[in-house]
Design a protein around this ligand. Structure first.
Ligand SMILES: *Cc1c(COP(=O)(O)O)cnc(C)c1O
Length: 360
């Protein structure tokens, strides 16, 4: 068997033991004589799997009882519309922090329905920092405050939870969920597309305070209404059963690995090794202000961009894949989600040093 060191930003690497378990479950899952892809989502076997996945993610994140946990199709992007449609009446003021490419997209979508106020913006320095909370201009009457705790493309991460008092805080946690413990009670809504740290693409985890379930408007489609998913236990229509099952295996695996406290320590160690190597070199650099560097997505550039394609080709040969930076940022990006091991980070650092020695 040959597996590469995969630094993909998403869909991203999955833990090998989870993949092996999936293989073992095919073609005879739980002695049903079928795979999980071939059974009714309303049957006992699948319902048990779905309920266990929910319980395991509740345990991992210590989700309080006054929150619903939903599994929804449509990706994180669908919540760029669902959040404003469910929480705000037409034209209502909503506050957004613009700290990178994903929050910018969320803002563009919310503008279709609401009066968006950008309360903090780091576009002036190409999304390489987070304006301090003391400079934010939060509205007193906003329906909610939206932010992106980890900007996957720009490699910028909040290392604290914003303080919004009584205004519900909404977070797009697609690329940071499950990377360390988080105090769920501070949030109104957390949503996260699965394909970074949860499982395969096709499902989105939503954690919503039950008090926010009542939709602000009545003219929205049922499949864009959080309350309808909550009432049907995310089985309003056929859910992405395979993706839900794999997410459940990932939750189970993470629990067995010591939960989020342990995951946080592993991730901290991986990120700090990589940033230390970048900072110690004159050949590589990371443009992000140190106190808001991402622990999940590490962008870096070479001193000479003409060497980019040589760097990538050599990396590929060394079994290090998907290191090309996002087209909007250029350079390189190493995504080091939960399933990317410390060994992978060590191999990358070794390759970077060797490349610098030969070309620097
Ligand atoms: C990947 C990503 C998205 C987009 O997710 P889709 O599932 O493709 O809609 C949105 N926000 C963040 C922070 C992401 O990392």
């Amino acid at each position: 068997m040959s597996r590469v060191y995969n630094f993909s930003a998403g869909p991203a690497a999955l833990p090998l033991p989870v993949l092996e378990r999936i293989r073992a479950d095919i073609p005879d899952w739980n002695r049903t004589g079928m795979t999980v892809m071939e059974v009714s989502h309303r049957g006992k076997a699948f319902i048990e799997t779905a309920e266990k996945a929910e319980q395991d993610v509740r345990d991992l994140l210590a989700i309080p009882d006054d929150y619903s946990v939903l599994f929804i199709q449509g990706g994180a992007t669908m919540h760029f519309s669902m959040v404003p449609l469910n929480l705000a009446t037409a034209g209502r003021t909503v506050d957004y922090l613009q700290t990178g490419s994903w929050s910018k997209k969320a803002i563009a979508e919310a503008r279709r329905y609401c009066e968006v106020k950008i309360v903090a913006d780091s576009a002036d320095r190409k999304f390489t920092y987070i304006p301090p909370q003391s400079d934010w201009q939060l509205s007193r009457n906003a329906a909610y405050v939206h932010y992106t705790p980890n900007e996957t493309i720009d490699g910028v991460e909040f290392h604290y939870i914003p303080q919004t008092d009584d205004v519900p805080l909404v977070a797009d946690m697609s690329s940071t969920i499950l990377s360390r413990p988080v105090d769920v009670s501070r949030f109104g809504i957390i949503y996260a597309g699965a394909q970074k740290n949860i499982g395969p693409a096709g499902i989105t985890l939503v954690i919503i305070r039950k008090a926010l379930l009542e939709p602000a408007r009545s003219d929205i489609p049922s499949l864009l209404t959080y309350k309808i998913y909550a009432e049907s236990e995310s089985m309003t229509n056929t859910p992405p059963t395979f993706a839900w099952y794999v997410a459940g295996l990932v939750f189970e695996y993470l629990k067995a690995q010591g939960g989020l406290e342990a995951a946080g320590q592993r991730n901290q160690k991986k990120a700090s090794k990589l940033y230390t190597a970048i900072d110690a070199s004159k050949f590589y650099s990371n443009p992000v202000q140190h106190d808001c560097r991402s622990r999940m997505n590490v962008p870096f550039v070479l001193a000479d961009p003409a060497l980019d394609s040589k760097f990538l080709a050599g990396a590929e040969q060394a079994g290090l894949t998907n290191l090309k930076g996002h087209r909007s940022v250029g350079g390189m990006r190493a995504s080091i989600y939960n399933a990317t091991t410390e060994d992978a980070v060590d191999a990358l650092i070794q390759y970077m040093r060797e490349f610098e020695r030969r070309n620097g």
